[in-house]
Design a protein around this ligand. Structure first.
Ligand SMILES: Nc1ncnc2c1ncn2[C@@H]1O[C@H](COP(=O)(O)OP(=O)(O)OP(=O)(O)O)[C@@H](O)[C@H]1O
Ligand SMILES: [Mg+2]
Length: 268
């Protein structure tokens, strides 16, 4: 199966939210791996089945301690857990101070993620640069997706980061712009900036800026998640992304199988 790395250049454009949304809609078995050295947000924002708290002792740090046993599927899954709704997640470090404990694990981890038999892996790599500790995970990915917003500064940083990153990776590159669905002009401007670059970004997607939808991935959702603009815009993106890294036996996605977090008004 394949590793897809999601990352940003600067700011907080919505990488973690996009990773959770894409993971919930992914048409195949998938593990969301939090590889952001700045610290886990999933452990804080999300819950396990039935609203139970997640086990913050099980994740990347416990995996690092157990990695003497190798990094096969079984070991990786033993340090993962399920979110409410069913998405498998490997929680990231609790704080940047724990990154030192990861030692040289990032490199073999990236390779193992990309080779998991269990399913695909979506890695939330946070902000990425040439000297970021998690760069080896990004380098192992089959598809690298940078997330930005349709603002001048976000796009300027994206441009700079792509120009630098391209010397360190050789995977397919994609960009997700998080923008108000009505702001198609702003998104088009991002595409023209990319067109003017020597780096080829073949895969381009517009994810809706939608506070009501994003709230579900921040523990504050109300109403029907599946009708939100966020989910509607993400559904097509996920279909294309998953197809890009697919093995031939891909099947059509059924919304009823989405690993959404549950909510009391769900289904009304
Ligand atoms: N598509 C979206 N529409 C509306 N709000 C969003 C969207 N994506 C993220 N947000 C909001 O923006 C804030 C930051 O989102 P998120 O944590 O996903 O960003 P990030 O890029 O992972 O940030 P960081 O660099 O801190 O890890 C959160 O409050 C989240 O709810
Ligand atoms: Mg994040």
């Amino acid at each position: 199966m394949a590793l897809v790395a999601l990352a940003s250049a600067k700011g907080s454009p919505g990488v973690t939210t996009a990773s959770l949304v894409f993971g919930a809609l992914w048409p195949r078995q998938v593990l969301l791996a939090e590889c952001d050295p700045a610290g886990s947000d999933v452990a804080i924002r999300m819950t396990g089945p039935g609203g139970a708290p997640l086990n913050s002792d099980r994740g990347l740090v416990s995996l690092a301690a157990a990695s003497r046993k190798g990094l096969g599927d079984e070991v990786i899954l033993a340090h993962s857990q399920q979110l409410d709704g069913g998405l498998d997640v490997m929680l990231g470090v609790r704080s940047p101070e724990q990154v030192g404990g990861m030692g040289g694990l990032w490199h073999p981890l990236g390779i193992s993620f990309n080779q998991m038999q269990h399913g695909d892996v979506l890695a939330d790599c946070g902000r990425i640069g040439a000297s970021s500790p998690q760069l080896p995970v990004v380098q192992s990915a089959r598809l690298i997706v940078l997330v930005c917003t349709a603002t001048g500064s976000s796009v300027a940083h994206l441009r700079e980061r792509l120009s630098s990153l391209v010397h360190h990776v050789d995977a397919q590159l994609g960009v997700v712009v998080v923008a108000d669905p009505r702001r198609r002009d702003g998104v088009k401007q991002v595409w023209s900036v990319l067109d003017a670059m020597s780096v080829t970004v073949r895969h381009r997607w517009h994810l809706a800026f939608d506070p009501a939808g994003a709230a579900f991935f921040d523990g504050r959702g109300q109403g029907r998640l599946d009708k939100t603009q966020l989910i509607r815009s993400a559904t097509d993106i996920v279909g294309e992304m998953a197809a890009l890294v697919a093995t031939p036996e891909q099947h059509e996605f059924d919304m009823a199988q989405a690993a959404f977090p549950q909510h009391e008004e769900w289904g009304q």
